[in-house]
Design a protein around this ligand. Structure first.
Ligand SMILES: [Zn+2]
Length: 252
């Protein structure tokens, strides 16, 4: 028998029968790594921040023996993905995301917050996993099987149900509240917006937009025009609500 300890956030992910239990007695019937054991309980390895044995941190490849006690802890809020950890020694150059279709609305909100976010509902699960891994993007999904794929190092099983709560979850978890830059990224294609002179796009503006707005940006990839209108105010409102909430942890 192996004894596993799960912290509060991981306890909620345990299968029925174990759910909300801190301690799980796991029958060791085969030679398996701790990663395989965790995932046999259907908790993706992406949710594990540290694995600790009696007196040291353990890698995912650790082969537990009968009688061992192992503690598993989830990501604390404010994790900085640009810093190496024992389980993830190769950090990411920055927090960038790829978003699965089951949390598709989150993609637009992340872009609204100015964060680099890929979203392509045409990709297969395998393509999404491969591209996230190859390009160093944190894969956001509610699909446990997808996050259990071997190639994935960085991911998050999104817990919140509503898109705006999902945005809070992600900003807090990865300590990004201080990096929010609304009106900087195209909501449709993720490219960084560039300022554009109003005079050069006058013929593309509706009369009221032409009359009341003066600051415009253009997407260099898809040519959409953005201005600080009602959608921008909504964006500012969401972001300011998020960043004033105590649960939004900043890294900077
Ligand atoms: Zn665009």
């Amino acid at each position: 028998m192996l004894t596993l300890y799960f912290d509060g956030s991981l306890q909620q992910l345990l299968p029925r029968g174990y759910r909300n239990e801190a301690w799980v007695d796991y029958p060791l019937t085969r030679r398996a790594s701790i990663k395989d054991i965790i995932e046999s309980l259907h908790i993706p390895h992406t949710e594990i921040f540290t694995i600790t044995g009696r007196d040291r941190e353990l890698p995912f490849s650790h082969l537990p023996r009968a009688g061992e006690e192992i503690s598993l802890r989830s990501f604390p809020d404010g994790v900085d993905v640009t810093q190496p950890t024992f389980l993830r020694p190769t950090p990411l150059p920055k927090a960038a995301f790829s978003v699965d279709v089951n949390v598709g609305k989150l993609a637009r909100l992340l872009r609204m917050a100015g964060l680099d976010t890929w979203y392509d509902p045409r990709l297969t699960e395998q393509e999404l996993a491969d591209q996230s891994a190859v390009h160093g993007r944190i894969l956001l999904s509610r699909n446990r099987d997808l996050l259990q794929r071997k190639c994935i190092t960085w991911g998050r099983l999104v817990r919140a149900e509503m898109p705006e709560q999902q945005l809070t979850e992600i900003l807090s978890l990865f300590g990004l509240c201080g990096q929010v830059t609304p009106f900087s990224r195209c909501l449709e294609c993720n490219a960084l917006l560039q300022p554009v002179d109003k005079s050069s796009i006058l013929d593309r503006l509706e009369p009221l937009t032409r009359k009341y707005y003066h600051r415009f940006k253009r997407c260099p990839a898809c040519d959409r025009i953005y201005w600080q209108g009602s959608h921008h105010q909504r964006m500012q409102k969401i972001i300011s609500q998020l960043t004033t909430q105590p649960q939004c942890v900043r890294n900077n």
